[in-house]
Design a protein around this ligand. Structure first.
Ligand SMILES: [Zn+2]
Length: 141
């Protein structure tokens, strides 16, 4: 199925994509939902999709409308997988409002304005600053 290959190729490259991005790249919208049901791609939140192998911590952060923060961002920049059972530290800019259902999985770091970093995590300098106020030194990755 050409559409399925295109969809998986795009998500393998981008890791996450909105429905609009995928549709404008030529993927049929119905196909996105069908493939998500097979588990070959993952629905992160309404209108946002991830490759099946996208780091679970990133999916938690994005599902809350945020990015990895603090110790979770430090792990991300170090290339370490998130350790299972540990809460994901998420940077959320005030005004974001997708917290209610998933907050139990996360430690939320609020900020008044967007912090430096990429689309998945705050910058390492920012993460280290957050860690000094949040995580005991012996738990640094
Ligand atoms: Zn933290």
């Amino acid at each position: 199925m050409v559409g399925m290959l295109l969809l998986e190729t795009l998500l393998n490259e981008w890791k996450v994509a909105t429905t609009a991005d995928l549709v404008s790249a030529g993927v049929d919208k119905q196909l996105i939902y069908l493939i998500a049901q097979t588990g070959r791609i993952r629905r992160v939140r309404k209108g946002l999709w991830a490759a099946a192998d996208t780091e679970p911590a990133i999916c938690v952060a994005l599902s809350l409308g945020g990015r990895l923060a603090c110790v979770s961002a430090s792990r991300y920049w170090s290339g370490l997988a998130s350790s299972s059972g540990e809460k994901v530290h998420v940077s959320v800019t005030r005004g974001a409002s997708r917290l209610a259902s998933r907050q139990a999985e996360a430690v939320v770091h609020w900020s008044r304005f967007p912090l430096a970093g990429n689309e998945f995590a705050v910058a390492l300098e920012v993460a280290r600053e957050q860690m000094t106020r949040c995580v005991p030194h012996e738990r640094y990755p």
